[in-house]
Design a protein around this ligand. Structure first.
Ligand code: ATP
Length: 306
């Protein structure tokens, strides 16, 4: 009996193992279907850019259906213009950029580029049309050339240098002993926040996207870097449809429209001087940043621009 029991027990063990494996696979497929990547619609066409007007039309979205983050947001960035979004932490500013890249699909409304719903076009063409200067640029432990050309393997030396010139980092690079062969990154030459951003801008200029997303860093910066970033933004956004996610109001005083987002809704909108005159939330934020600057905190706030 013992001789018979042992093999049966063994088969029982195998059976339980296989059953558990099947359950695990089932769970894996369940998870995969919940967290699946956003797929292109069958027959999706490439995005056709004609000037690149960007529109958020009554956009509603929640990462979790029980908690709506954007509660009906509408705005237009006309071709070649700059719109800035400001608002307190958690208001939903960065969510706007994630939705534009279509990392998530919205629950209601539309996101349109030149009248085309981003859900109807191929994601490849959508992402090719978007350029982002991120909050914190991560540089690779490699040469400046590699870092600027990253993502554009076919870029030639002349193109790379032209992009660096436009990003105002060319002279800085030439002043170093190894010039474009200088190794940067954690184990190489450490660049300042503003310099790193210029490398990211050169990378973006090389990509030449129709729409630019400028995601400003939340971290405190010194006055010079602030000023540098403000100039950088002005350069790279010239003539390009630009959406700025801003934390420092000084960066965006000459935006064509400023949107104040509060808890997923647009609380105020207008140009800098209009919002100052309205004496609402924006004016209050401006006043606080000015006070912080006067108290010697590293927030550079230039005089109002009327
Ligand atoms: P900050 O100025 O601090 O960067 P923000 O305005 O950019 O804030 P978002 O990052 O858009 O805010 O986040 C809006 C809300 O969405 C926050 O309450 C946040 O907790 C929530 N949220 C953000 N990302 C996710 C996610 N991946 N899953 C679930 N909730 C998220």
């Amino acid at each position: 009996l013992v001789q018979l029991y042992q093999p049966l027990n063994f088969f029982g063990f195998i059976y339980r193992e296989i059953k558990q494996a099947l359950i695990d696979m089932e769970r894996m497929f369940e998870l995969m279907s919940v967290e699946r990547e956003i797929a292109d619609r069958p027959g999706a066409e490439p995005l056709a850019i004609a000037g690149a007007t960007l529109e958020f039309r009554n956009v509603r979205f929640g990462y979790d259906p029980r908690r709506e983050i954007l509660k009906g947001v509408s705005f237009v960035v006309p071709a070649g213009h700059t719109v800035a979004v400001v608002g307190s932490s958690g208001a939903g500013k960065s969510t706007l950029s994630r939705l534009l890249f279509r990392f998530y699909d919205i629950d209601e409304g539309q996101i349109l580029i030149d009248g085309q719903d981003i859900r109807d076009v191929t994601q490849k063409s959508l992402r090719a049309a978007l350029g982002i200067v991120p909050q914190d640029t991560v540089l690779f432990n490699d040469t400046i050339t590699y870092n600027i050309a990253y993502g554009h393997p076919g870029a030639g030396t002349a193109e790379i240098e032209q992009a660096a010139r436009m990003a105002h980092i060319h002279d800085f690079i030439l002043a170093m002993p190894d010039q474009y062969k200088t190794i940067v990154g954690e184990r190489g030459l450490k660049l300042s926040g503003g310099e790193k951003q210029r490398v990211a801008i050169a990378r973006t200029i090389l990509k030449d996207p129709a729409i630019l997303l400028f995601d400003e860093a939340t971290s405190a910066l010194d006055t010079n870097t602030e000023r540098e970033i403000q100039a950088n933004l002005r350069e790279v956004s010239r003539g390009r449809t630009t959406l700025v996610i801003a934390h420092r109001l000084s960066t965006i005083i000459d935006a064509d429209e400023i949107i104040v987002l509060e808890a997923g809704r647009i609380a105020e909108r207008g140009r800098h001087h209009e919002l100052i005159a309205a004496q609402g939330r924006y004016a209050e934020m401006w006043r606080k940043q000015q006070e912080a600057a006067e108290a010697g905190q590293p927030i550079e706030v230039p005089p109002p621009f009327f």
